[in-house]
Ligand binder design. Sequence first.
Ligand SMILES: Cc1cc2nc3c(=O)[nH]c(=O)nc-3n(C[C@H](O)[C@H](O)[C@H](O)COP(=O)(O)O)c2cc1C
Length: 275
Amino acid sequence: MPETENLHGANLIDAVYGDGPPPPDDPAECYFEASKLHLRALSWDVPGGLALDQSEELQLLTQRAARSNPSREILPLPDPEPLSRDFAEVIDARRSSEDFGPGELPLPTLSGILERSYRVRLVNGWPLRPVPSGGALYPLDLYVIVQRAGGLRPGLYHYDAFRHGLTWMREVDHETLHLATLQPEMARDATAILVIGASFWRSRFKYGQRALRFCLVEAGHLQQNILLLGTAYGLATRPIGGFLDDDFTANMDYDGVNEAPVYATLIGPPGDGSP
Ligand SMILES: Cc1cc2nc3c(=O)[nH]c(=O)nc-3n(C[C@H](O)[C@H](O)[C@H](O)COP(=O)(O)O)c2cc1C
């Protein structure tokens, strides 16, 4: 029996809270309390629910849930590389890699990852996506920081999930971003860094304080799709949740308050030491 079998995670409670209760203004506890739902206060807790039910205009607006850059040229993505690996095998094989090898990320592979993780598809006339989203509001956008992919100019691209294409945004400071992942070697070797950004207000107008929870939960859904697709294509992947926020934000088009990068993925061909 492993030595850790009888240890309970709750043993860490003392390490977090010390001798007494946390201060009444503990931000995490205040937020969690503020974001709870109560049956008798649902119209306060979910302030936009009624407005959305009653406004056709608002319903139409929310169906275009994405950042859009209509004045910028869009680079259409090719047909996705087919997938053939067994689903159970993919689930079993997914690991956070520490070793990214040389080579490029082919465009059809990138296309497959973006299409099957976040592309809009019409289902009974509704623009839905491969991942679930609270109220189908889709507060997230997906960005690709290209380093070596499909012969593309390195830099920041926005994934247009309606048109399945990439919009060139700008050059980025790759070295700063590598350091900002706190895994500079891995980030440097990856062919691309996918960044999930959240426009919190796209969920918050309806769900109030609950929206932040939804955005983060949904980022997990999207991330899992990305990781499994990467694995299915034989790529190495590593999720990055601990990054220097200001450095990431400064290299993107987010203000870091109402909209912000929340999660990233390193992706690329595996190196010799990959699991
Ligand atoms: C929310 C979250 C945040 C993470 N952030 C980082 C990170 O910032 N840097 C990193 O190297 N790995 C990060 N990881 C990867 C974990 O270290 C890894 O998932 C864990 O060691 C278990 O290994 P496995 O993914 O191979 O199962 C993160 C994973 C999750 C789920």
